[in-house]
Design a protein around this ligand. Structure first.
Ligand SMILES: [Zn+2]
Length: 94
């Protein structure tokens, strides 16, 4: 970073006005209904959050050996973690 301007760079590389980006991030997201001001949410663009998510998935897959894979579902709009999707290993459960 280090640019002294009012631009906010999105994950896809596009720029928005930082003042507007802040407004989007605060309050309830219209797409997923999550409220970042009242809930402790994880975000896809946040490296620390991604590490937590990867750790959680790894722990889960180790604990539940019949769970084949796990996917983190992120909100398309605010990039907050909505849920984890688990794919069961059919061979092991039958
Ligand atoms: Zn959202």
């Amino acid at each position: 970073m280090g640019f002294d301007d009012n631009l906010f760079k999105d994950k896809d590389g596009s720029y928005r006005l930082a003042s507007k980006a802040k407004k989007v991030k605060k309050g309830i997201c219209l797409t997923c209904g999550e409220d970042s001001t009242t809930r402790d949410l994880l975000y896809e663009y946040n490296t620390d959050d991604m590490l937590l998510v990867r750790e959680y998935i790894e722990d889960h897959l180790i604990t539940y050996s019949n769970h084949k894979s796990m996917k983190a579902i992120w909100c398309n709009e605010c990039k907050a973690l909505i849920e984890y999707k688990v794919i069961l290993d059919d061979k092991k459960s039958n």
